[in-house]
Design a protein around this ligand. Structure first.
Ligand SMILES: [Cu+2]
Length: 146
């Protein structure tokens, strides 16, 4: 009986040592506060989101191809769009087939807006500015400058 207890104690002792050694090998990752702040700064502050799945018709029914579909900004301020979809999109002034030529993300950036690409415009004149996506006729919204 005593022999059994001693054997169990030895086995237990070895197990604890092994667990202890395993834990000491584990590298607890230190969180660097400066790195975390830098990451936060890289998140793009956007006013209008191009949400997912708007490359197919349907978002126009609830007017959520650009969110919000009507964005009000004070004159002289800028507006930033971000493409959160996995498809290309554009922010182009006017209506599909009737661009006004006031602004166009494709002309300004040299290409379609890639996923997670942003586009910023400054509005220096009062008015209601309709815009659309040249790739998806159902995508339209407006910026109102007050
Ligand atoms: Cu589009």
């Amino acid at each position: 009986m005593i022999k059994k207890i001693i054997t169990l104690a030895i086995i237990l002792g070895i197990s604890v040592s092994i667990i202890g050694l395993s834990l000491s090998d584990y590298n607890f990752e230190e969180i660097n506060v400066e790195d975390t702040n830098a990451d936060i700064e890289e998140i793009i502050k956007s006013d209008i989101i191009i949400p997912i799945k708007v490359s197919r018709p349907g978002c126009d029914i609830e007017n959520i191809c650009y969110i919000p579909s009507t964005f009000v900004v004070q004159k002289g301020n800028s507006v930033t769009w971000i493409n959160e979809d996995s498809s290309f999109h554009t922010v182009t002034s006017g209506f599909y087939g009737e661009p006004t030529g006031l602004f166009d993300s494709t002309a300004d950036t040299g290409d379609y807006l890639d996923p997670y690409q942003s586009y910023t415009l400054s509005f220096d004149e009062y008015g209601t500015f309709d815009y659309f996506c040249t790739l998806h006729p159902w995508m339209k919204a407006q910026v109102i400058v007050e």
